[in-house]
Design a protein around this ligand. Sequence first.
Ligand code: BTN
Length: 270
Amino acid sequence: MHALCVCFKICSKVLKLTLHKIFAKTLFLGKNLIFLPQCHSTNEEAKRFSKSEHFPEGSVIWADYQEKGRGQHGNVWISEAGKNLLFTIFLKPEKLAPTDQFKLNIVLSLALCESLEALLPNHKVEIKWPNDIYCDDKKIAGILVETTINAGKIEFVYCGIGLNVNQSHFSLPNATSILSESGESMNREEVLESILMHIEKYLEGINRYSQPTAEKYLHKLRWKDEPHIFQIEGQEQVGTIIGIGSTGKLIVKMGNNRRSFDVKEIVFIE
Ligand code: BTN
């Protein structure tokens, strides 16, 4: 893959950008690929780029290092420089209602799982609701989907993905990478291309309700149909995940009741 370097001025800072050659195996994702050696957060860069005219749907911003990588719930996403995949895909989905936003989580989670299953065939790759990707019992990837809404419709989507690829030491005990699990270093561009191909395949059907896709997601859901301890309103309670509601809420059976939870309403304990 060729790469050519140009200088680009953003907010009075001159950044060296590497424009990678387009991926051969995708139709539109990553055809406009912008590589940044360093940035605050690829989601923030994608938001900035999307204000310009030359930022087509499917553009990907990929960074080697994020100074202020962002995770879900206001957490930080920390990743060693040059080891992992840190990227944001820019989408403009037509006719996707805000209540259907969860479909994006399904698409992205399944695509990541399928790419990882091919690389880690002897491991169990699962989705921790709503969109954390686990390999055996450790987190290997996280997804941060941010949207803008215009006239009641989703206008822009920034799909931020952090996947641990070649990092071997982590400060968090439950984090892992492809290298840690397989013992092999991976070519990050090849992993990225595979992920984009899988996402593209699922994106085709995102506006139609896809029962098989929803079933695949449920099939890969961590802790499904097993009793576990959750924290709800500060209290630990035993429950069993039995499904997902139409807007993506987690449905948990607790005693004789079925309850549904938003992401901020339930904590997974053990
Ligand atoms: C999470 O599990 O908390 C979500 C983590 C998402 C991290 C990625 S890395 C690329 C993109 N840019 C960010 O600042 N965050 C996402």
